[in-house]
Design a protein around this ligand. Structure first.
Ligand SMILES: [Zn+2]
Length: 92
């Protein structure tokens, strides 16, 4: 599982990812779809993209979340075993 995460890390680099993020932010009106915050926005993948690269680029699988909501969502998914535990969330 974590090996797949490593393999997909390169997808976050480069203009294609930035363009995807921009399209999703525009679609969602530049605010968090969960709480309406307009700052610290991030691109969230509704279905984790670890198994399927096409999901990564599918706008229907993307939504705008603020940092706070995304961390909460990630923790919930880790709790349910749908995401591997990333090192940055250790001790959070
Ligand atoms: Zn939010």
């Amino acid at each position: 599982m974590s090996k797949n995460g490593e393999r997909l890390r390169h997808l976050y680099k480069g203009g294609k990812y930035r363009a995807l993020r921009k399209r999703v932010f525009w679609r969602d009106g530049h605010k968090c779809v969960n709480c309406g915050a307009t700052h610290n926005l991030t691109l969230d993948h509704i279905t984790p993209r670890t198994q399927d690269e096409s999901l990564f680029w599918n706008e229907d699988n993307c939504r705008t979340l603020c940092d706070e909501c995304r961390v909460k969502n990630d923790l919930w998914m880790i709790h349910r075993g749908e995401l591997p535990r990333p090192p940055r969330l250790e001790g959070a």
